[in-house]
Ligand binder design. Structure first.
Ligand code: RNT
Ligand code: ZN
Length: 417
């Protein structure tokens, strides 16, 4: 496609949308304000830089062994810098505590400090990115099946210390970069089989969280992430949806809504307008579960488009933090970022371009035929011409143009690792 064709297609799309009372330029300005938080862990299958030899644990799994995975901090940065050239707009980076710049030294989780992340902060500044952060409770000799909810006070204290330190690192990121860092707390705590003392574990977790959040971090937006279950921990999850929903609302922090963390027929989109009435903000983990919390690469499916619609139609774009969370080790990892990020942007663009005024009117008048017809027709409107124009004006490859670019990167960089 030449630039002229892309621009001409955009002009036509603009007219088509204008006929429905929709302003495409306004939608693009709004899309520009959506800053995705790219998850660093797609570069290296959630390995990190501790060099502890610990396998990935905590009920999550990266399957596949496609060549070219990032092996160290320089390669992770190189990959993210490249990914940035393929996604239109300005985005954030989400780091896990195991991705510190440890310089080959052993730094245990209860010893991490902002200094181990200073080079990330400097890198983020140089690359015009903001940072988010996650404490890491998995893949450690003390991970076991329980961490912050463990029966043993010593184990709990270790993880409390780790999580407070993680929040202090996030604080430093937020302060130095002038944009509050989301700190996400997800722990895998649970058990494989029927558990008797469920109340005990949950009250342990609540007490641990109270200690963690007693430390004030004004440049941090705190979030807690629930989950249905992890593999090997099928019968009981301490941090269930009800647990964290209650905790987040009671304590004025965010609930993280991961699209893979609910029963397979449950959809996250329908939970948002309820949550938004009780919480100032939400942290999203945009993901794609396939039969379970499989963390497949995000694609433009109904779950995603309805999620975007719910946020746009609830007028809540600025109350949502847009984290991505998936890790597929079976295909080109750069491609995984680009497909998932672009799918997310396309879902939001579609929602921003929907004939919402007419839809609302039809609904208010109980004209359910018209509502359904408009929803169906909106699917076929030329939103992709608008997205192509967005890519063009942001100097990133348009449409499938990124495929050849990624093949080149694979040939020149990834295949040499
Ligand atoms: C796990 C959670 C969690 C992790 C990342 C690595 O089920 O979704 O968010 O995927 O923290
Ligand atoms: Zn998640």
């Amino acid at each position: 496609m030449t630039n002229e064709t892309i621009i001409a297609a955009y002009q036509q799309a603009k007219e088509r949308y204008a006929a429905l009372g929709i302003d495409t330029d306004k939608a693009l300005n709004q899309l520009e304000q959506i800053h995705l938080s790219l998850h660093c862990w797609q570069t290296d299958d959630v390995t990190g830089f501790e060099q502890s030899g610990e396998a990935l644990s905590g009920g999550i799994q990266a399957t596949g062994n496609y060549p070219g995975k990032a092996r160290n901090i320089d390669e992770v940065r190189q990959d993210i810098e490249y990914v940035k050239t393929l996604i239109p707009g300005d985005h954030r980076l989400s780091l896990h505590a195991i991705y510190g710049d440890f310089k080959g030294k052993k730094v245990d989780r209860d010893q991490i400090e902002p200094c181990h992340f200073q080079s990330w902060i400097d890198w983020a500044k140089a690359n015009n990115m903001k940072l988010d952060f996650n404490s890491t409770s998995f893949s450690h000799p003390k991970s076991g099946n329980m961490t912050l909810s463990h029966r043993d006070q010593g184990i709990r204290d270790f993880w409390i210390e780790h999580t407070i330190r993680s929040r202090k690192i996030a604080e430093e990121m937020g302060r130095q970069l002038g944009s509050p860092a989301c700190h996400n707390l997800w722990i895998h705590d649970g058990s494989k089989d029927i558990t008797v003392d469920r109340y005990l574990y949950r009250s342990n977790l609540k007490e641990s969280l109270d200690k963690i959040f007693a430390v004030k971090c004004p440049n941090v937006k705190d979030a807690v992430e629930c989950k249905l279950f992890g593999t090997g921990l099928e019968s009981f999850t301490v941090g269930s949806h009800e647990f964290y929903m209650g905790y987040a609302v009671q304590n004025g922090i965010m609930a993280t809504m991961d699209m893979g963390h609910f029963h397979p027929t449950e959809e996250v989109y329908d939970k948002l307008s309820a949550l938004l009435l009780f919480s100032k903000e939400i942290l999203l983990h945009v993901s794609r579960p396939v039969r379970w919390d499989s963390d497949h690469v995000v694609i433009l499916n109904d779950s995603l488009t309805m999620l975007a619609q719910e946020i746009v139609w609830a007028n809540a774009l600025d109350r949502v933090n847009y984290g991505l969370d998936y890790f597929d080790a079976s295909l080109n990892r750069i491609g995984a970022y680009v497909i998932g990020s672009r799918a997310t942007q396309k879902a939001f663009l579609q929602a921003l371009l929907s004939p919402i005024d007419r839809l609302r009117k039809a609904e208010a008048e109980e004209n359910f035929f018209e509502r359904l017809a408009l929803l169906e027709e909106a699917k076929g409107l030329p939103w992709n011409d608008v997205y192509n124009y967005f890519c063009l004006t942001h100097n990133v490859p348009v449409a499938e143009g990124y495929i050849a670019e990624i093949h080149n990167y694979e040939h020149n960089v990834l295949s040499k690792r």
